[in-house]
Design a protein around this ligand. Structure first.
Ligand code: ZN
Length: 117
């Protein structure tokens, strides 16, 4: 098992690279697609905002109310904004959301993000 020992001792695990921001398909702004507590994918601004109310943990996002958001900020948390709040093309996002909710339309295929494994 010397090979394995060498691997474990001599090769510190490299830190995971920061995920590359993706881009809004409408305004090209940097966003990240994260999973909300309800399991839905949501676009979140890639960079924190002083007005943000979305807390990010790994690839999960939690939307905070005003009071918990203020408390989290006091604890030094970086909060982000849901991208649609700031997107100049919010109407397109809303139209898209409405389209996805229509029963007559087939479920769109899940978008693959970050390439295949
Ligand atoms: Zn946008």
């Amino acid at each position: 098992m010397r090979d394995l020992d060498a691997v474990l001792d001599g090769q510190p695990t490299p830190p995971a690279p920061d995920p590359e921001p993706e881009h809004c398909e409408f305004c090209d702004g940097p966003i990240r697609w994260l999973t909300s507590r309800t399991g839905k994918r949501m676009p979140v601004d890639a960079y924190p905002s002083p007005r943000g109310n979305v807390i990010i943990r790994g690839d999960r996002a939690g939307v905070l109310g005003p009071v918990p958001a203020a408390a989290a900020r006091e604890h030094g948390e970086q909060l982000h904004l849901h991208h649609v709040v700031e997107c100049p093309h919010a109407d397109r996002w809303n139209a898209k959301a409405r389209g996805a909710g229509r029963r007559s339309q087939p479920t769109p295929p899940r978008r693959r993000i970050g390439g295949r494994r």
